[in-house]
Design a protein around this ligand. Structure first.
Ligand code: AMP
Length: 335
């Protein structure tokens, strides 16, 4: 596929570490679909990234297939966008090594995600976990990306990708586009239902604190019923003093497409039980078509394999173009 020079290039990826939460969906994946018509989009399953935490081979294998089906189920169209699996394009690993040499130890050490994940699993503080931002920079810079739709938690890594790109360009001449992060209007950081001061994350020990995009309607309703709110019984958007209620309003806005003022208006004079019911309805309805498409797609392994293959070919072609520039600029003798 020829690169479309008119449109801006978009790249983003999601790790195959299990079914995504509605946080992943609202924060990043919903934007992937929205950007598809106007931009030249490239999306990936970041399987190399998932090795930075303990993951069993059988689980990784299953997750990559499931994540592929899910990307298509949310609306990624492999005819419009390039969709591929990161490890199928070896240039990601090659560029990571090079970018390691353009990343300062002190920069990587300051990353919040590294500190948090190290504290969570002190028995497995591997060098890959430390190096995660260089791999992420390689993912983005390989495709001469303009825009990167991500949640707020990835913004620090994106900033480091920009620093690495600028440093490389300054030393070697213009090589990489310097990308910009794109946050969603509502939901750049969806909070945990059990602890609204923390991010919603599927790695949380409390399974009721997150909603997965493939949860059943009963599970969704039960989790929202238990969501922590406050005692002041007034429904308004105020993340500072009312983080739980504001989080529910944000989820409601993201799923209904209403702006925050309209969402607040829907709940004038209503109680928290009504709010939780309405949020559940909106999420269940929003996820229903995704689940239906997913069930069909996951049963068609041959189609999923064909999509991965075609995507890898398109992505490889583009990645090779950037890599040949990188090798040349750095003075490598090529075969
Ligand atoms: P990951 O599972 O780390 O690959 O994340 C995939 C995408 O989801 C990234 O762009 C994250 O920034 C985004 N994301 C993860 N958790 C949340 C959350 N609770 N709220 C909003 N975005 C999120």
């Amino acid at each position: 596929m020829e690169q479309n020079e008119q449109k801006k290039t978009v790249f983003s990826a999601v790790q195959p570490t299990g079914t995504p939460t509605i946080g992943n969906y609202i924060g990043a994946m919903k934007n992937f679909v929205a950007m598809q018509d106007e931009h030249d989009c490239i999306y990936a399953v970041a399987d190399l990234h998932s090795l930075t935490v303990d993951i069993a081979p059988a689980v990784l294998r299953k997750n990559v297939t499931e994540m592929t089906a899910l990307f298509l189920a949310i609306g990624i169209d492999p005819e419009k966008s390039v969709f591929f699996v990161q490890s199928h394009v070896h240039e990601h690993a090659e560029l990571t090594w090079i970018l390691n040499c353009y990343t300062q130890f002190g920069e990587a050490r300051r990353m919040t995600q590294f500190k948090e994940k190290s504290a969570k699993a002190p028995e497995n503080v591997n060098v890959g976990l430390f190096d995660y931002p260089s791999l992420m920079a390689a993912d983005i810079l390989l495709y001469q990306t303009d825009l990167v739709p991500i949640g707020k938690d990835q913004m620090q890594h994106l900033e480091l990708s920009r620093t690495i790109a600028e440093r490389f360009n300054n030393r070697n001449g213009a090589t990489f586009k310097v990308p910009e992060g794109v946050l969603p209007k509502y939901g750049k950081k969806i909070q945990s239902l059990g602890n609204p001061s923390a991010k919603m994350s599927k790695s949380s020990a409390d399974a009721n604190s997150y909603v997965l995009v493939l949860d059943t309607p009963e599970e969704i309703r039960r989790k929202f019923k238990r969501a922590v709110t406050d005692s002041d019984a007034c429904i308004r958007y105020d993340p500072e003093t009312k983080p739980g209620v504001s989080n529910l309003l944000t989820i409601y806005s993201a799923f209904t497409g209403k702006d925050m003022a309209a969402s607040e208006k829907d709940f004038g004079g209503k109680d928290y039980a009504y709010l939780k019911d309405s949020v559940s309805d909106a999420v269940i309805e929003g996820l229903r078509p995704i689940k239906e498409r997913y069930e069909k797609l996951i049963a068609d392994k041959a189609y999923l394999t064909a999509v991965m293959k075609k995507g890898a070919e398109s992505a490889s072609y583009r990645a090779r173009r950037t890599m040949s520039k990188v090798w040349r600029k750095l003075g490598f003798v090529r075969p």
